[in-house]
Design a protein around this ligand. Structure first.
Ligand SMILES: [Zn+2]
Length: 80
């Protein structure tokens, strides 16, 4: 029998291997679609009182993703 998850945003059931699964400590967040995941995380961020922590993490993540993109572009340029 295949394991089934329930989307915590809309309640829809979906099989393992599909959807979006995010582990936060001991809590597992299960979403049947990226749309449901986005909705949940938007609400979650709104609900967090100490926005400094999220802002700091977000800024760092933006920087890291930017650096990754630049590295990929550099590799592409060298190949040409
Ligand atoms: Zn859903």
């Amino acid at each position: 029998m295949t394991e089934k998850y329930t989307c915590i945003t809309c309640g829809r059931k979906f099989p393992k291997g599909q959807g979006v699964i995010v582990e936060v400590g001991k809590t597992i967040l299960t979403f049947h679609s990226t749309r449901c995941a986005t909705k949940f995380f938007k609400l979650l961020i709104e609900r967090v009182e100490n926005k400094d922590i999220i802002e700091r993490a977000a800024r760092q993540l933006i920087r890291e993703l930017n650096e990754q993109r630049m590295k990929i572009e550099e590799v592409k340029r060298k190949k040409i």
